[in-house]
Write a protein that binds this ligand. Structure first.
Ligand code: F3S
Length: 75
């Protein structure tokens, strides 16, 4: 399952941060690095809770740090 949050501005999708929960192994790194965007759910899988106005450095770092590349940023 892919958990996705879309950010809308003036009717357009600006960016999308996704966590592929089929890939997530629940290491918690993304939540540690960028808790504004990621959190661990009850199944100990990461999910996107909120998007910043723009992709922050910490969000990017979380994406790049995921050991199984479960996080995708589309801009
Ligand atoms: Fe899962 Fe990767 Fe975050 S394994 S907990 S999405 S860093």
């Amino acid at each position: 399952m892919v958990y996705t949050v879309y950010e809308h501005k003036e009717g357009e999708i600006r960016m999308k941060v996704s966590v592929d929960q089929d890939l997530c192994i629940g290491c918690g790194l993304c939540e540690s690095i960028c808790p504004e965007v990621f959190r661990m759910n009850d199944d100990n899988l990461a999910e996107v809770i909120e998007q910043p106005d723009s992709i922050s450095d910490t969000c990017r770092e979380a994406c790049e740090s995921c050991p199984v590349s479960a996080i995708t940023i589309e801009e």
